[in-house]
Design a protein around this ligand. Sequence first.
Ligand code: SF4
Length: 660
Amino acid sequence: MEPLIQSPEINYCNSLTQYSRRKTIPVRVGDVTIGGDNPIVVQSMTTVDTMDTQGSVEQCIRMIESGCQLIRITAPSIKEAENLQNIKNELRKRGYQTPLVADIHFTPNAAEIAARIVEKVRINPGNYADKKKFEVIEYTDASYQEELERIRERFLPLVKICKEHGTAMRIGTNHGSLSDRIMSRYGDTPLGMVESALEFLRICEEENYHDIVISMKSSNTQVMVQAYRLLVQKLNEGGFKPYPLHLGVTEAGEAEDGRIKSAVGIGTLLEDGLGDTVRVSLTEDPEFEAPVAKALIDRYTHRENHQPISAITDYPINPFEHTKRESKEVYNFGGQNVPRVITDISRVENISEKEMKAVGHFYLPELDKWKMNDLGCDFVYSGKNPIPFMLPNGMREIQDVEVWKNTKDQTNKYPLFSLIEFHSASSFHSELNFLQVLDTEIEAASKLVKDRTDVVLILNTTNAHGMPALRRAFVSLIQENNSIPVVVKVSYPDQSSDQTMLYAATDVGGLLVDGLGDGIMISLEKEGGHTREEVLDQIKLHNNVSFGVLQAARTRMSKTEYISCPSCGRTLFDLQETTAMIRKRTDHLKGVKIGIMGCIVNGPGEMADADYGYVGSGKGKITLYKGKEVIKRSVPSEKAVDELIEIIRADGMWTEPEII
Ligand code: SF4
């Protein structure tokens, strides 16, 4: 791969190899300061109707107690903006000083009221002064300038009020809701997202107003990461102040998928020292969001002291565009193949057929047959505990070389070597061999295997700054024109399943977003005193998280993707219940993306690149979409899931679920 960007031109972060946080200006939001030398702030958003003062206050308190330091509340119209005063008064009366943020879409008049009441206002530059008509308009430079003048007129009063009242502002761009003007000129791109914020930022700077935080959210993790990086780069190049960043992935979804997707986006940026406040948005009660954000942030508390990683002078990766590292095809790794999942089962002695369900392979004893679900791993690593029965179809086993040498039937069984073992090996598998190395061994390994067509590297690190250490190893391979396929292996000590999801998503997802990695393997660093059942549960977790990370980084789609909004005071139905109901009927539709949005105001824009959409359009009424096109309006909610399935069926994308 030709070097695309020389590192001196990359200034979106302080260093690609030494952890340090980007220096930003401090922005005061009531008692909390975002940016400067302050710790990263955790924030979240209420889901109760803003007109329900007591309900909102109770929910705010639950959120504060779960670790939320800043609370956003939607203000869709003047009456909600005015009611923020009652919510604020009640919270203060009860002794809670947590600053409040008003969330504004489409309604400058609500923003102007809210800015006098709460400590911060969030505006969406895509819809503050524009109503989206999904029109492509040809602008001349003069007509574009006229548009900017119109925005300025609409936006200036809010800037003045914020200045006067000491109210902070977030300019919060969303990938899904860019204005027609931006879409026409820049398209649906990271550059369009950045420019959308800069249009508003320029007006603020001209007014000498700097209490600004910026965000670049998307539900597509690749777009989101690229947009934030590009934003910082453009701020630096354009001579803007270094404004703090609010990090978030929109419409991340629920449960495991929502956590993994959030971590791929947010974690990747935190690794490079970007981000001053974090909001994780899950389709769950908001009090579940702050602990996830905190778990992501806490990883960086002592990160500066990591082992040194050699500096990069020429950076051969384009951080603003996804380009997969070219790798040669070895067996079914690399080349055009999807990234492979290797699941580590080496801690289970004499694993039984039945226990293979932990890795997505199911034995049906009555038929003496095997079935595999969508999360059936491609390879298992059995180490020194070889599988004692005939492997199911589609299953391949990696054994430590010492075991492999003595295995009689080597069908679908492959050896794993350490660097020393590889050096002194007298025999290899004719098609596929695995060489496990640390990042620090990459140069030695690279020389050894460069011309081989039967070797896949399994790359691991012990460096606490793991993702950048592994990225550094990839840079060495690229610079040496070594196209050997690489599986990224991460190992963690005994930790909670949430931590495993978040850390693996950050460490491997961050590389995948940059096009690095031909596979994933998650292991435990050392064995704890676990029962066999607990070990199998961990294996299942590692297997499922592996597929989740590949999907969240958009490199291998193995399940249905739900782009569901976190809900807010605008939501017109119970999002959690509805998402669960839709998931139950559709979760066998591999690779299909379904948007589930609480309101018609923002929903259609924010479901981004969903294939189908289920959007609340009135009390008990749902509007159904195919892409951005409305297919059925005002469907009664009792019939809406059936109708959605009919739309998918008519489109030829429906399959009947298989019963295992
Ligand atoms: S799409 Fe969901 S989170 Fe966004 S404004 Fe509508 S209801 Fe609220």
